[in-house]
Structure formats: structure tokens, C-alpha cells
Design a protein around this ligand. Structure first.
Ligand SMILES: Cc1cc2nc3c(=O)[nH]c(=O)nc-3n(C[C@H](O)[C@H](O)[C@H](O)COP(=O)(O)OP(=O)(O)OC[C@H]3O[C@@H](n4cnc5c(N)ncnc54)[C@H](O)[C@@H]3O)c2cc1C
Length: 499
């Protein structure tokens, strides 16, 4: 089993080397994907994440590896085709993390079954050889068997049947950790709790970054001709840094909220998708790690806090819509965890002439050479990373002779050996679990273990709160500061609160 360098060893290497082919800012899906792609091409890489890996948006997704039925309805065929190809690549490269998931769309109006069924047949056709199985029309009985707990009398009519199709599901934060481990096994230095404070410039060109190790409170200047800003909804803070030119806004955050309830409300391994709720939004009810995730919303917001909150309107929408489809509707008292994430939506107009804009993600190369990569979705992180490196090569930010073709399409992702893959929440407090998370998975504190190595905080926040002292004890045994139990408990209480 490959063990990443310890934090101390990584900093010793950073001091000795101080110049890298690529510096990545941000340890979410985008930054980790870029770090892995670059390391797999044989480049030297240092990645700096100001908090924990995946602690931003990348641990707060709906956990779907999908082509995007919604994009299909909007006619974005190339995007859907790319995402379906990437879905297949991820299922192939990380089978311990991602797996196919059956979705059922129940129909309550006569036109829904043929309308959505034909659309999903097109989805199958676009997947081609990457398809996971054929879309099927279901009778009323088959629909009720697939989705026990679903109403047979909806608000728009009686259940007439449904449409079944296949997509993918994964564990987002754990995939981020797996990507970090894989990149580290190829020589990348991965630093969490290391904030990039600013850019270093020479003659108007970015030549490195100033970082601070937040644990040791020590600063470093790290050099590279290729600095990639993958800071998600926080990316704008670094654009316009250094050369002090106003860069305009590239990212507009949009908040998505999820509620987790007991699987008893819909005891099945299939997910339900309502493509059009009363106000036109999509609703997912998805089984995940023995629980049900209900979501999500999409609300533009002005600021980007580290821990975004759901508001009453979000919760009213999700519970209100779920009540239209489930016989026994969950209430606020049934919510085991309530969490929100911020989508980094791209303001294309701000990107300017030097930017290469696609609807899904944007790669911007600024006048000072800073490469900013934002947008996209988890499913397409690999294709996005490949695109970022193609732009870096085209802009001559990488060493001459850098191989132009990515090798990540067929690169197994580490992680199958991790005891932290277990869905058993109680296991998270087991000393061997905590030790593995520290030694192999970059965990530094109680929150890292209970939110992202185990997913206890996201599944059952009250349970996670109870596990915190035992996790802290083992962290202390391993020489880490565990004085953060009180702050974790506050966080766990926030996840228990359902406004
Ligand atoms: C509600 C919701 C549901 C979603 N569902 C899905 C889904 O089901 N399937 C799917 O494919 N996609 C989904 N997505 C999209 C997907 O989650 C995002 O596209 C993806 O996680 C964005 O990753 P990122 O790396 O760009 O950003 P982030 O994960 O936010 O990473 C950016 C990182 O940069 C760090 N950072 C910021 N500033 C600095 C600095 N100065 N120095 C160092 N580090 C810094 C941050 O701490 C953060 O960790 C969903 C998104 C949301 C919000």
C-alpha cells in the first residue's frame, strides 16, 4: 500500500525544492483533478488547500455521476455526451467509489411516461457504448415495487407508471481524497490547511505564490511558471491579485441545499427523480450510504461563506415537494442532517477575450499568466483537468516537451484499500479508522475524520456529534491537536438545525 509523505516530510521536500512545474490552488475536484493529471504526465506538482481537501463545494454535491438529464432537455447535446463518457471513465477507474444507480421517474399525467421515456431513450443513444443499461417503461405496479413509499395518488393525478433509467452515484469527498492519494503516489505534494495568500510576480508575470502553513504558522514562497487557480467560488479573490488590475467577477455562487432522512421513508436502492416540480425545478430523492438525500435547490447568493446555511424557503421547498410524492412525508423533525453547497456558476461576460468559455466550465488565462479554472461539475472533473493542462501547454506555461495527451482516462484511482469506505458511521470512531485517515488520507482534525473520511456529519449530525470525543482522543494519541471538539460540536449542531 502506498503511503503519502507525512506532513513534515512534505514540508521538508517543499523547502528543498521550492520550484515546481505546476502549482495548484484549491483542493476540490478541479484542483485535485489538475494535480493528478499533471503528476501523471511526469510534471512536478504542489497543491495548496486553505482548509481540508473537498471542504468547499466538492463534499456537498448530490453525489450523482450523471450526463445531466436536465442539460439534455435544454439541448446541450455535446455536454451530455461528454458527461456520459466521463461517467463511464469514473466507474471504470474508481469502481470502489462510483457505481451505477437506478432512477425512476413516476408519471402522474398521461403524457409524462411517453415524453420522458423518449427523452431518456435519446440519453441512452448518446451514451452509446458507455451506456449502463436500457431505459424501460414501467407499469404502475412495477413503479410502486421500485419506489416503495411513493404515493399512488399524486397532486396532478393517479400514478400511471414510470420510466426507469440508469445513471451513476459516488462518494464525492472520498473521491477527492482518493484523487489526492493517487496524485501523491505519482509524486505530487498535497498540502491541506495551507492558504495561498497571494501571487508572486516578475515583470508582470506570475512566477509563484506566497503560502502559509496554518498549523505551523510558517510562510513559504513557492515558484512556478504555471499557477492554476482552482479556488471554486473563492477564485475571484486571486484574479487581479499581484498585478492589481481589476479583473471583473468570473464566479456567481448559487446555493444548493440537501436534507438527509431515514431510508424508511423510501426503503429502496432506486432513486426517484421528479424532473419538473410545481415551480419547474428538479427534485431528487436518492438513497445514499443507508440514508435518503432529498434535494436540491439552486438559489443565487451574493456572498460565499465557508459554511453556507439553508434557509426556510429552501427547506419548505424540499419538504413540501417531497410530501407530494411520498406516502409518509418527512418533516423537519425527521431531518438527520441539513447541508448546503455553493455552485461556482460562471459569468461568461466577465471572462473577456482571452478566456475559453464553454457552458460547463471556463479556463481563463489572465494577462499575468494566472490560469483560472472554474465551473463544470464533479462528473466531468477529469475532462476539465485535461482541458486546463491543454490551455497551460498552449500558453507555454509548462516545460517544453510536456506530453500533450492526458493519461488519466485509463488510470486507476487508489482508495479501494481504505477502511474509511465503510458506510458504518460508528466505525469512524474506531482507532484504526482514525489512524488510517491520518496516515493515508491527510486528515488533521475531528471535522476531517467525521465530515469527509467518514461521512457521518452529512448523514446523521447528532450521531457525528457523539462520535467526536472518541475521534479526538485518537487524534491526540497520534500527536495531533484535538482541541477542536468544541468547534466540531457547534458545526454538528448547525447541520442538525433545519430552518
Ligand atoms: C448543491 C450542489 C449539488 C451538486 N451536485 C452535483 C452532482 O450530483 N454531480 C456532479 O457532477 N456535480 C455536482 N455539483 C457540482 C460540483 O460539486 C462542483 O462543480 C465541484 O465540486 C466544484 O469543485 P471545485 O474544485 O471547482 O470547487 P471547490 O470544491 O469549492 O474547491 C475549491 C477549493 O479551493 C480552496 N481555496 C479557496 N481559496 C483558496 C486559497 N486562497 N488558497 C488555497 N485554497 C483555497 C477552497 O477551500 C476549496 O476547497 C453540485 C454542486 C452543488 C453546489
Amino acid at each position: 500500500m502506498t503511503q503519502p509523505l507525512s506532513r513534515e516530510q512534505s514540508f521538508a521536500k517543499l523547502k528543498a525544492q521550492s520550484r515546481f512545474d505546476v502549482i495548484v490552488i484549491g483542493g476540490g475536484s478541479t484542483g485535485l483533478g489538475v494535480a493528478l493529471d499533471a503528476a501523471a504526465r511526469g510534471l512536478s506538482v504542489a497543491l495548496f488547500e486553505s482548509h481540508d481537501l473537498a471542504s468547499g463545494t466538492s463534499s456537498r454535491s448530490t453525489k450523482l455521476v450523471h450526463g445531466g438529464v436536465r442539460y439534455l432537455a435544454q439541448g446541450h447535446i455535446p455536454l451530455v455526451r461528454e458527461a456520459l463518457r466521463e461517467r463511464s471513465t469514473l466507474l471504470h477507474n474508481a469502481p470502489h467509489n462510483a457505481h451505477p444507480l437506478t432512477f425512476v421517474m413516476p408519471s402522474f399525467q398521461w403524457w409524462e411516461k411517453p415524453f420522458y421515456g423518449v427523452g431518456l431513450k435519446v440519453y441512452d443513444a448518446l451514451a452509446g457504448s458507455h451506456g449502463l443499461g436500457a431505459t424501460a417503461f414501467l407499469s404502475k405496479k412495477e413503479t410502486l415495487d421500485a419506489l416503495p413509499g411513493v404515493r399512488s395518488q399524486g397532486i396532478t393525478g393517479s400514478l400511471t407508471g414510470g420510466v426507469r433509467y440508469l445513471d451513476g452515484q459516488f462518494n464525492d469527498a472520498r473521491l477527492a481524497i482518493d484523487l489526492a492519494r493517487t496524485a501523491a503516489s505519482l509524486g505530487a505534494l498535497i498540502f491541506n490547511y495551507c492558504d495561498v495568500l497571494g501571487l508572486i510576480e516578475d515583470a508582470g508575470q506570475v512566477v509563484g505564490v506566497r503560502v502559509v502553513d496554518k498549523e505551523a504558522e510558517q510562510s513559504y514562497n513557492v515558484q512556478s511558471g504555471c499557477v492554476i487557480n482552482a479556488a471554486g467560488v473563492w477564485a475571484d479573490a486571486l484574479r487581479g491579485e499581484g498585478n492589481k488590475q481589476p479583473a471583473g467577477k468570473l464566479v456567481e455562487p448559487s446555493r444548493g441545499v440537501h436534507l438527509v432522512v431515514s431510508r424508511d421513508f423510501m426503503p429502496t436502492d432506486s432513486a426517484m427523480l421528479i424532473p419538473k416540480t410545481r415551480d419547474g425545478r428538479v427534485l431528487f430523492i436518492v438513497p445514499w450510504l443507508g440514508h435518503l438525500i432529498l434535494g436540491t435547490t439552486d438559489t443565487p447568493v451574493l456572498d460565499a461563506p465557508r459554511e453556507p446555511h439553508a434557509d426556510k424557503v429552501d427547506v419548505d421547498f424540499i419538504l413540501g415537494e417531497a410530501a407530494h410524492y411520498l406516502e409518509r412525508a418527512p418533516t423537519r423533525d425527521d431531518v438527520l442532517s441539513c447541508w448546503a453547497g455553493l455552485r461556482p456558476l460562471v459569468q461568461n461576460a466577465a471572462a473577456g477575450a482571452t478566456a475559453a468559455v464553454s457552458r460547463e466550465h471556463t479556463v481563463e488565462i489572465a494577462a499575468n499568466g494566472l490560469i483560472t479554472a472554474v465551473g463544470g461539475k464533479w462528473t466531468t472533473y477529469r475532462a476539465m483537468s485535461e482541458d486546463v493542462l491543454l490551455h497551460a501547454i498552449a500558453a507555454k506555461r509548462l516545460p517544453a516537451g510536456t506530453i500533450t495527451a492526458s493519461v488519466t482516462g485509463n488510470l486507476p484511482i487508489l482508495g479501494a484499500d481504505s477502511p474509511c469506505n465503510t458506510p458504518d458511521l460508528e466505525m469512524a470512531a474506531d482507532p484504526s479508522f482514525v489512524r488510517f485517515a491520518i496516515k493515508h488520507e491527510f486528515a488533521r482534525c475531528v471535522e476531517d475524520v467525521l465530515a469527509r473520511r467518514s461521512r457521518a456529519l452529512f448523514l446523521n449530525a447528532a450521531r457525528a456529534e457523539k462520535l467526536a470525543p472518541a475521534v479526538a482522543t485518537e487524534l491526540t494519541q497520534q500527536g495531533l491537536r484535538a482541541g477542536d471538539v468544541a468547534s466540531f460540536i457547534l458545526l454538528a449542531k448547525q447541520y442538525q438545525r433545519c430552518p
